[in-house]
Design a protein around this ligand. Structure first.
Ligand SMILES: [Fe+2]
Ligand SMILES: [Fe+2]
Length: 161
C-alpha cells in the first residue's frame, strides 16, 4: 500500500514524464520547421519513450493500490535558437529529471517503501542512459560547429534512430 505522500509524488513524476513527452514533441515540431528532419525524427521517438515512462508510473500507481491522477500538463516552449540549442536543452532537462528521480528514491527510503524503491531503480538506470545519449549528441554538435554540410550529415545520422 502506498502512503499518500508517495502516491502524490509518483503522480507528480508521471506528470513530469508526460511533460517531457510534450517538450520533445514541441522540439520535434521546431526541427521540422527548420528542415532538420533527422533531428525531428529522433525527438519524436524520444517523445514516444517519455510517454512510455509516464505509463510505467500510471501502471505502478494502480498495481500498488494507489490512484493515478491526471494533473495539468504544462505547455512547453515552442522556439529554440538552433538545433544545438535544442539538444543543450534536452541534456539539461534530463539532468533535472535525474534529480527528480533521485528525490523520489530518497522519499521511498524515508518512507521505508521498498516496493516503490525497487520500482524506481529502473528509472535510476534509465537516466544514466538518457544523460549519456543526450550528452553524446551535444558533443557531436559542438564538434561539427556551424559547418552546414557537417550539421546536415549529423542530422541525417540522427534520422537513422
Ligand atoms: Fe523519462
Ligand atoms: Fe528522458
Amino acid at each position: 500500500m502506498l502512503s499518500k505522500t508517495v502516491e502524490s509524488a509518483l503522480n507528480r513524476q508521471m506528470n513530469r514524464e508526460l511533460y517531457s513527452s510534450y517538450l520533445y514533441l514541441s522540439m520535434s515540431a521546431y526541427c521540422e520547421s527548420v528542415s532538420m528532419r533527422g533531428s525531428a525524427h529522433w525527438l519524436r521517438l524520444q517523445a514516444e519513450e517519455e510517454k512510455v515512462h509516464g505509463m510505467k508510473f500510471y501502471d505502478y500507481l494502480i498495481e500498488a493500490g494507489g490512484r493515478a491522477s491526471m494533473l495539468p500538463i504544462e505547455a512547453p516552449p515552442s522556439e529554440w535558437k538552433s538545433v544545438g540549442d535544442v539538444f543543450d536543452t534536452v541534456l539539461s532537462h534530463e539532468q533535472k529529471v535525474t534529480a527528480m528521480i533521485n528525490d523520489l528514491v530518497n522519499l521511498s527510503i524515508a518512507e521505508k517503501d521498498h516496493a516503490t524503491n525497487n520500482f524506481l531503480q529502473w528509472f535510476v538506470k534509465e537516466q544514466v542512459e538518457e544523460e549519456s545519449n543526450a550528452g553524446d549528441i551535444v558533443s557531436q554538435i559542438r564538434l561539427v560547429g556551424d559547418v552546414p554540410g557537417h550539421l546536415f550529415y549529423l542530422d541525417h545520422h540522427l534520422g537513422k534512430r
